[in-house]
Ligand binder design. Sequence first.
Ligand code: ZN
Length: 140
Amino acid sequence: MKEADIVKAIMKYLKTVPGCFCWKEHGGMYGTAGIPDIIACINGHFYGFEVKTESGKPTKLQEATIRKIIAAGGTAMVVRSVEEVRAIVEGNMYGYGVCVNCGAFFIKNGSRQKYCDNPECKKARNRAKAQTYYHRKNNH
Ligand SMILES: [Zn+2]
């Protein structure tokens, strides 16, 4: 994938995120040197994504800018795919969890999620739910 295509895919994804304002920083002579390719503000949190291909490397100036954004309390990093951006954004929104069934590290898609998306763990969650219901019913 070309860098421009990754940027496009990330922008397309960010436009679906609720509470997100984002823009693409134009490089070249009219852009500000070192500023990440994509800047976003999501629910008050600042993000800077420096987009690179699999083999691409950030310049010294880009690395320094990423450090400055992090020092200022924002989130900034080199990203190589839209999946990485999704994991970062959704992880920040809902947090990370450890699945109570298999112990896997996962990104929550809701604040109360306790099980990962593994089909076996989803089954375990449904069993636990059914049991809670059964106990509640018997207490009446
Ligand atoms: Zn699990």
